[in-house]
Write a protein that binds this ligand. Sequence first.
Ligand code: FMN
Length: 334
Amino acid sequence: MKQISIGTVTIEQSAALAPMASVADYAYREMCARYGAAYTVSEMVSAKALCYGDKKSLTLLRRCSGKIPFSIQLFGDEPAFMAKAAKLLLPYAPDMIDINMGCPVPKVAGNGSGSALMRDSTKAAAITAAVAEAVPVPVTVKIRKGWDENSVNAPSFARLMEQSGAAAIAVHGRTKQQMYRPPVDRKIIREVKENVSVPVIGNGGITDAYSAQEMYRETGCDLVMVAQGSYGRPWVFSEIRSYLKSGVIPAQPTLREKLDIMLEHVSLAVADKGEHTAMMEARRVAGWYLKGMPGAAQFRYLCSSLTSYDDLKQLAAQVKAHAETEYDVGDTTK
Ligand SMILES: Cc1cc2nc3c(=O)[nH]c(=O)nc-3n(C[C@H](O)[C@H](O)[C@H](O)COP(=O)(O)O)c2cc1C
């Protein structure tokens, strides 16, 4: 498998897991790492919260166990706080630090952070320079196409970030105004690639091996990054990896295997956060895994009353039993 370098960090050229606040927590990242992600990124962490000693922020920083690189993402709007927070991250052993310049939510963009930085390139450059100066690890920047269709600036903005010290640029090919709606503009990712010499990571709308390959082909990007396409499907990373390496898409996990993977995921969350919190969150996580399974509507409804890990084991057993009455669960097409 080919590799790319971001600064001093070597990464397999397959697919990385994108940062996702309230989704890509330790258990989620660990699952994606186990199932083939090239590297993972933490949920975004507030620079100010870290500087003020917020304990909850520290729970977001746990590294997964495998050998793949781990990046921690910071958000904020003041260079001095961002630099100080970046230094505070070093004991958590990130291989890279990423700066969020794409988040659209009012709580972040409304305070001048995230995607708002794409409208203030002077401040964005100062933040990138301050963070890159503060830490010995490569600093990457994650941007969008632009704020809206009237202010598309990803190529020139990316170039400025490179000049300010960014070691790679991740580009989500949608504007802030689009949020997460289609279409994803791959042309703009190509333009970014043509405007910088550091690696470019293409992001947006990748759901399988084919869309990953199209992102590579149409943009010339150095790596691709998957967010929502990994919901309840951590194996999407090994699928992409295998296809890029050998042109072969491995068989999908069987229904039984998928249920086991779901239990593996939630058991990691229970060990990390305790059963109560993990099971509240598992209501949504289990729903993603069950999507498309026989009787999914009924079983996904039952997810809303999960309170213990045993409940989930029972639910998985029910799904298996239901499938066995109608289908051969070993058949991967079911
Ligand atoms: C629930 C959710 C949380 C997200 N949180 C972050 C975040 O913390 N930092 C960030 O840079 N992007 C965040 N994103 C954006 C994703 O990293 C990614 O850029 C976007 O979803 C497009 O990729 P996709 O089409 O594969 O989902 C989030 C997206 C979702 C859906």
